[in-house]
Design a protein around this ligand. Structure first.
Ligand code: ZN
Length: 1192
């Protein structure tokens, strides 16, 4: 049997009575779809669980059962009007002689026959395009001949037969010529219909054999087998505008129509999912409205895909203003919305405003391609038959790289481009605006007109609606740029994994503002939600076919997991999308909520950031950031916040990197809430607020996570060494200002001041700077004590506190110490680090007991009860503290080096205090100001200078703070700059800084910068033998107070420099030096005062001071830069025993060698400064500092 004809109809009321309104409250508040047509499958709920009707199939229905409201088959084919229909006898297949009466119908696309005129589904369809001939074969019969199968029909009369033949021939002829036209235009495969979206075998209840099913466009086609599918001759097709798909069991699903239920069964779970998805998509397409498409197609060039030439393209990129086919649209999506915003002409109706449609008439494919496709080599062009890979490659080249575009003459000249854009938008010349915009003009450039600050405002003022529309859609568009390699790795080029998830969710209407207050349960509506094929759709209920709205996962920028019970429903989460809206969803079950979160996250987070998915994140999404070497271009990173750690997948790194937010050195917002700056020990990260809504959410969340979370130690903001910042700040201050203060820690400060200071520090210790004069020593001391006394769980912890107290009973000193050490080992890291920092501090305080009257015992009396949070009635707590201070070195395993460092520091502090009391120095002066690169406030760094600090250590300290990693051949050095003399001296790396600071005059300061000539000096020194240099230089002596020495001007003199002294000869032949100075008494500075009018710009200034503090000063000028460099190198060489630069094994370097260079090696940027300042400061590095000396 060729035709299976044992089917049953579906019972049910006529469609017209079932039509349900799909309007819901969602529609009224949301901007997704307009009201869909009323003939939606949603009404099938009325049938209850009808899909399980017995043995339904598609044919042999009894007309009467369809109900009176039905007008036969007409309803199923609204788009293809019937050309001719009538009863014919069809010759039976396979040799039977009994003709069968069939209702035969012809439309523009198909010849079909049915059991009766009221049937919706045919027994056979023959595409008109496959009909090659129609011939008369006598007895009122005629034969329809297709490529390889013939169908014989018999009419009631010759006249009827002839009419059929004439009509069929005519239609087939028309179709052929059309097909020819199309082939000429774009060679495509001969296939009858569009390529199927999904095809394959499915079981259909009522059929013995599996059928070949194809979902294509808005129809589902059934074929007997794959061969028939290839030939295009099938059983029937189902118009999906009346379809509804529902999953039944693991492999089964029903396609329900008003006329019949098709019960399919797939081979697997996975297969079923795919079929259901394809059919749902088909329904969406069928329900779409072609009104917009028809209007866009009015323009001839818009009738073919702008990219591949396929006819009737029903998708568009609304920012590029091109009409494209479905397959190209899929690839467009892969480019990301920054490049192309894909919308359907038929489904996304809301977006199609009159302005946009008109814009597509004005620009559209013709004008767009004149620009975008000006230079497409034929070898790179695509056709309707191109594979998706070919399409992707072409579209990346065309739109992302702008490879084929027609360059605007102003290309490359940003200022001119911007100016031209401002002019163009006031005219109707959209092509010019297009060219300017996609050749780099900034859509938000400054117009210089305060009345109309942006091009958009200019366009508005000039009444250019279409220019405005075009600018609006390209507000966030990226300028195409050719990139070398790696373009495939760009975000979005990798297809996201297709994640499927569905279930009921509670949902509120979407919002354009952050969720301000708690939402009550009544504000949520229950919605059936599906996450499929990159779209999160929400439906009125699980039986509806048309969603109330949907969210495309590629537009999701952030997903937030709210804390439990943040709203009236236990678990809630928020989805933020590109276009600045947020959706709030909720569930009663935290487990299901977690599943949803994971599924949604997986669907939109880029595969390279999939590591983040494993985290228990409270917020995940993409953001733009700057960091690393390239600060010109913001990159896109994926961020996840979990606890107090921000995990980041940077654009160019393999793995996610955690940033400990509580350990940040700086967290600030720059500009008008535009950039969030995070400074960690080794790096600076600028997170940019591309969009307001989700960015503000991130800022608040990061600020919160970076603050103290509670009152226990580990919940505080921490230093790099795990000591609470609050404790560190207080200890630091007391060390600087309070070590010699009488009764320190015993005297109580003012209660109110303590309270407010503690509160301030608790809120954000990072931003608090304790200053002498502003804060009283006793207030700070009291704050520290109060902090420990109120500390949740105490410093020694509730669990172990008693053990510490019990240890005091141990009589054997050694046993007691080892017990303390054991207990120390049991403390959590932060507690242990804090205890060590505190005891170290107290150890120092008692060293000053001569002045402050606080010996170990006195300190223990104060701190015992404070740390153990006891009433202090017995001395056990005090005993612990006393023991810890007394045996500080042993218990905390302090080595000699550490000890010496502390001693030195104490010495330095003593010295400072002495100086302060004698009035020669300001208190706290050993905090010195050092500049990075140049003297300006934003480059200021305040550094504590211990007595032992060398110039190298200081240099590293500064670089470290600014996250600069010293690379090979970067000769970062500390310079002493003398402004009065207009000269500077690089400190030798081993020079101690403190003494230099002491004699630094008011015109001098320290700056850390690169020593540009170091490389050449090292090469010079390595290239010669011996350590002498001699030659001519121009010499000038500063007139001293006694009026002695040379009066004015520079004079040629001959010099010899060896390892002991510098000698000056009147001329080369002189035997006896005129002057002679020991090298160790000289200080050589590069540069000299311009007012001395030096004869060349290669000069230096030399200071001489002998043991009797007699001072001299003179000036030397060389003829060339090389000469100057050689003299200077020789000076440094003889003064420092040959070591100009530390060897690689230098201790300081070694100890810092683990620095992470991935991000940090660039932040030569003032932390507070605009972008042009950043650029300038980076540019400054490229210049030779000696240029400063040349401007004579
Ligand atoms: Zn196309």
């Amino acid at each position: 049997m060729a035709d299976k004809e044992d089917a049953e109809p579906v019972t049910g009321r006529p469609r017209s009575l079932r039509a349900n309104s799909l309007f819901s409250e969602d529609e009224l508040v949301e901007d997704y779809y307009d009201a869909p047509p009323a003939n939606s499958g949603s009404s099938w709920s009325d049938n209850g669980p009808s899909p399980r009707l017995p043995a339904p199939a598609f044919s042999g229905s009894s007309p009467g059962m369809l109900g009176d409201g039905m007008e036969g088959t007409a309803a199923t084919a609204p788009l293809s009007p019937t050309i001719k229909a009538g009863w014919l006898d069809k010759n039976p297949p396979q040799g039977s002689y009994i003709y069968q009466k069939r209702w035969v119908k012809l439309d523009a696309d198909y010849l079909r026959y049915f059991d009766s005129e009221k049937d919706a589904y045919s027994k056979r369809f023959i595409p008109v395009s496959s009909i090659s001939r129609v011939t008369s074969i006598g007895d009122q019969k005629f034969e329809v001949i297709t490529n390889n199968r013939n169908f014989v029909f018999r009419a009631e009369s010759d006249a009827d037969r002839n009419e059929w033949i004439r009509t069929l021939q005519q239609i087939a002829e028309e179709r052929k010529s059309k097909a020819l036209e199309r082939t000429l235009m774009s060679p495509t495969t001969s296939g009858a219909a569009d390529p199927a979206d999904k095809s394959g075998f499915l079981e259909l209840r009522g059929f013995k054999h599996k059928l070949f099913v194809a979902v294509a466009g808005d129809k589902v086609f059934l074929y007997k087998n794959a061969e028939d599918y290839r030939l295009g001759i099938g059983i029937t097709y189902i118009e999906m505008n009346v379809g509804n798909v529902k999953e039944v069991d693991r492999r089964g699903f029903d396609l329900t129509t008003p006329y019949r239920i098709f019960s399919f069964s797939a081979d697997s779970d996975q297969e079923k999912e795919e079929w259901v998805e394809a059919m749902q998509q088909s329904i969406a397409e069928a329900l779409s409205n072609s009104e917009v498409a028809e209007r866009i197609w009015v323009v001839e060039s818009n009738r073919f895909c702008a990219d591949c030439g396929s006819p009737k393209p029903d998708w568009a990129s609304i920012n590029l203003c091109v009409v494209i086919c479905k397959r190209c649209a899929g690839e467009h999506r892969g480019l990301g919305p920054g490049i192309t915003k894909v919308r359907s002409l038929k489904m996304d109706r809301k977006v199609w405003t009159e302005e946009l449609i008109e814009l597509f008439h004005q620009i559209g494919n013709a004008v767009a391609n004149q620009f975008w496709a000006a230079n497409v080599p034929p070898s790179e062009a695509i056709t309707p038959a191109s594979s998706s890979q070919e399409r992707r490659r072409f579209l990346i080249a065309k739109y992302r790289e702008g490879k084929y575009r027609r360059y605007h003459p102003l290309f490359g000249n940003q200022e001119e481009l911007d100016r031209a854009l401002c002019a163009a938008v006031t005219t109707s010349d959209l092509a010019e605006t297009q060219a300017l915009l996609f050749c780099g003009a900034a859509v938000t450039c400054a117009t210089g007109d305060p009345q109309c600050p942006t091009p958009l405002a200019l366009a508005e003022k000039s009444g250019q609606r279409l220019q405005m529309e075009f600018l609006l859609h390209n507000k966030n568009s990226e300028t195409p740029r050719l990139e070398v390699g790696g373009s495939e790795e760009k975000p979005y080029s990798v297809p996201l994994p297709s994640v499927t998830h569905n279930g009921f969710l509670y949902k509120t209407p979407s919002m354009a503002k952050p969720v301000g207050e708690r939402k009550g349960q009544e504000e949520f509506s229950r919605r059936w939600c599906t996450l499929q094929d990159g779209v999160l759709s929400y439906y009125e209920n699980d039986r509806n076919a048309v969603p109330n709205g949907e969210i495309k996962v590629e537009e999701i920028v952030c997903l937030v997991n709210n804390p439990p019970n943040a709203h009236g429903i236990e678990s809630t989460f928020e989805i933020y999308i590109e276009s600045e809206r947020l959706y709030l969803f909720g569930l009663e079950s935290p487990d299901s909520a977690r599943e949803w979160l994971k599924s949604i996250a997986k669907s939109f987070v880029h595969p390279r950031a999939e590591e983040l998915l494993a985290l228990d994140f409270e917020r995940i999404g993409r953001l733009h950031y700057k960091g690393g070497l390239n600060l010109e271009r913001a990159k896109e990173g994926w961020f996840a916040l979990a606890g107090s750690t921000l995990h980041v997948c940077f654009e160019d790194s393999e793995r996610q990197e955690p940033l400990q937010l509580r350990k940040l050195q700086e967290l600030s917002i720059q500009g008008d809430n535009e950039v969030l700056v995070l400074v960690e020990r080794r790096r600076t990260l600028y997170i940019q607020g591309e969009r307001k809504l989700d960015f503000l959410g991130w800022v608040h969340a990061i600020q919160k996570a970076a603050g103290s979370a509670g009152d226990t130690l580990s919940e505080q903001q921490l230093t790099e060494s795990d000591v609470p910042l609050l404790v560190d700040r207080c200890i630091d201050y007391i060390t600087q200002c309070g070590l010699t203060s009488e009764g320190i820690y015993r005297k109580s400060g003012q209660n109110s001041k303590t309270t407010s200071l503690l509160e301030m520090l608790r809120r954000d210790a990072r931003s608090v700077r304790l200053k002498e004069g502003e804060h009283q020593v006793d207030d700070v001391a009291n704050t520290l004590k109060r902090f420990f006394r109120d500390l949740g769980d105490g410093l020694f912890t509730g669990r172990w506190g008693q053990d510490w107290l019990r240890a005091t009973a141990l009589e054997d000193e050694e046993a007691k110490i080892s017990e303390y050490r054991r207990l120390l080992g049991t403390l959590p890291t932060v507690n242990r680090a804090t205890l060590k920092a505190l005891i170290n501090h107290l150890f120092r305080v008692q060293r000053f007991s001569g002045e402050n009257q606080m010996n170990t015992h006195n300190l223990a009396i104060v701190f015992g009860p404070t740390l153990f949070q006891t009433d202090g009635k017995d001395y056990k707590a005090g005993r612990v503290v006393e023991d810890l201070i007394s045996h500080y070195v042993k218990i905390f395993n302090v080595n000699d080096q550490e000890m010496k460092k502390q001693q030195d520091e104490i010495m330095a502090i003593m010295k400072m205090r002495e100086a302060a009391s004698s009035g020669t120095q300001q208190a706290g002066d050993f905090i010195c100001t050092v500049y990075l690169e140049e003297k300006k406030t934003e480059a200021e760094q305040h550094v504590k200078i211990p007595a032992t600090m060398t110039a190298e250590e200081l240099t590293f300290e500064i670089l470290d703070r600014r996250k600069i990693v010293m690379k090979e051949k970067d000769y970062w050095s500390c310079f002493e700059v003398n402004e009065r003399e207009e000269a500077e001296r690089p400190l030798h790396y081993s020079e101690k800084v403190l003494p230099i600071l002491h004699c630094l005059g008011t015109e001098s300061y320290l700056v850390v910068k690169k020593q540009m000539s170091m490389e050449n000096m090292l090469i010079y020194l390595a290239s010669r033998v011996g350590d002498c240099k001699h030659g001519m230089m121009k010499f000038r002596e500063e007139r001293n107070l006694l009026g002695l020495g040379l009066s004015t001007g520079f004079h040629d003199r001959y010099f010899i420099l060896n390892h002991t002294c510098l000698r000056l000869y009147k001329e080369v032949r002189s035997h006896k030096p005129e002057k002679e100075w020991p090298v160790r008494n000289l200080k050589v500075y590069l540069g000299m005062k311009k007012k001395l009018r030096p004869p060349t710009c290669w000069g230096f200034t030399v200071f001489y001071e002998n043991e009797k503090h007699e001072k001299q000063q003179w000036y030397l000028c060389c003829d060339t830069q090389a000469d100057l460099r050689e003299w200077f190198a020789t000076f440094l060489h003889v003064q420092n025993g040959g070591a100009l630069w530390p060897s690689e094994t230098s201790k300081v370097r070694a100890s810092r060698s683990q620095q992470d260079s991935r991000l940090g090696n660039i932040s030569l940027i003032p932390l507070r400064g605009n972008e042009s300042e950043m650029r300038n400061s980076v540019a400054a590095f490229a210049t030779d500092p000696l240029t400063l000396l040349r401007n004579v």
